[in-house]
Design a binder for this molecule. Structure first.
Ligand SMILES: [Zn+2]
Length: 344
């Protein structure tokens, strides 16, 4: 079969690899219907040291179950399923606490001999716990939104939930990438009163308005902070959803948090320290967030997707085949594509 490998920064190749086979009785084989490129794939794309053999990549996919191991129940060949971006048994103590990203028997796609999602098929470890069956056919028009349940929509939702977003909450979302836009959608879905989206790409912030943003701030740094404060009577917002992962974004986040407010970050941090000095202490600002346990949220978000009440799949603005994946990475790195959907 064909699959995507990363050989180093800027070096993505689609190659023939061995067809996946069942290794463990808890495995399933899934033929990939849709996959995509993540903003977080751009970090290794920008900086990974060169390697001789290459590594499989991709952590968002949905597909059709082709075969299951002897210990997998509840899934049969032909089922359409979505995989969260971390695989997990969904039964250990961390999983039961809704933290499948810390599963004692789980792990990441494209690491330690586990397939990546940007290919024609995937061997899914801990399949019974990992995969969620979708009540749709292979040709469903909902596939893009259902694919977003793999990562970006639950990640935006996790950001909003951990920041305590609810009715009457005021929210600032930092970042107009796919996760930021999904965080807007999640905040709206949870009843936020005011949602200020900080982003400077108008096509993206327009989609953010469709998703529920009440205000858009294109300015960055001190100017951006001043605009948010102006929109909130000088106070900042109860919740700040940091969906970028860069130092200037987390600095802005603390500066626009209301006293007593919460900053949640779900952008993979590319900085070792956060600004939590006396000023943040004085204003009782909380920092939360982290890698989103997508698996914990899929059942909760799925009905709204199936009903068409939310359309997170609108973040996909580019559709490509597997052979175009290297160009897809470059398009996302160049910001000419918001999020790239792959049809293997
Ligand atoms: Zn677990």
């Amino acid at each position: 079969m064909r699959a995507t490998l990363i050989y180093g920064a800027g070096d993505i190749r689609v190659e023939n690899v061995p067809d996946p086979v069942l290794h463990e009785p808890t495995d399933a084989l899934v033929r990939v219907l849709r996959s995509c490129i993540c903003g977080s794939d751009l970090w290794p794309y920008g900086s990974r040291p060169a390697s001789e053999q290459g590594d499989r990549i991709g952590h968002e996919f949905l597909g059709v179950v082709e075969d299951t191991g002897a210990d997998v129940s509840g899934l049969t060949a032909g089922d359409v399923v979505v995989a969260p971006f971390v695989w997990a048994d969904n039964t250990c103590d961390f999983c039961r606490e809704g933290l499948q990203t810390s599963c004692r028997h789980g792990g990441f796609w494209g690491a330690n001999g586990v397939d990546g999602g940007q290919g024609e098929a995937v061997r899914v470890p801990q399949a019974q716990g990992t995969l969620v069956k979708l009540p749709v056919g292979e040709d469903s028009a909902l596939l893009p939104s259902l694919l977003s349940l793999s990562d970006v929509f639950p990640t935006g939702h996790h950001c909003a939930v951990t920041a305590g977003v609810g009715p009457r909450t005021t929210v600032t979302v930092i970042g107009d990438g796919a996760v930021g836009l999904c965080a807007v959608l999640a905040a709206k879905r949870l009843g936020a009163e005011q949602i200020i989206l900080m982003g400077r790409h108008q096509g993206r912030t327009d989609l953010g308005r469709d998703f529920g943003a009440t205000d858009v701030v294109a300015e960055r740094g001190d100017e951006g902070v001043a605009k948010v404060l102006e929109l909130t009577g000088g106070d900042g917002t109860h919740a700040v959803l940091e969906c970028v992962g860069l130092r200037p974004a987390i600095e802005t986040a603390f500066a626009v948090a209301r006293s007593g407010g919460t900053v949640s970050r779900v952008g993979a941090p590319q900085y070792p320290e956060v600004p939590m000095g006396f000023e943040e202490f004085r204003r009782n600002v909380t920092l939360t967030g982290g890698i989103a346990p997508a698996r914990a949220y899929i059942e909760e978000l799925l009905p709204d997707v199936l009903a068409g009440e939310v359309e997170p799949g609108r973040v996909f603005d580019t559709v490509i085949g597997l052979d175009e994946v290297p160009a897809g990475y470059q398009a996302m790195a160049d910001r000419t594509a918001l999020k790239v959907l792959i049809r293997p």
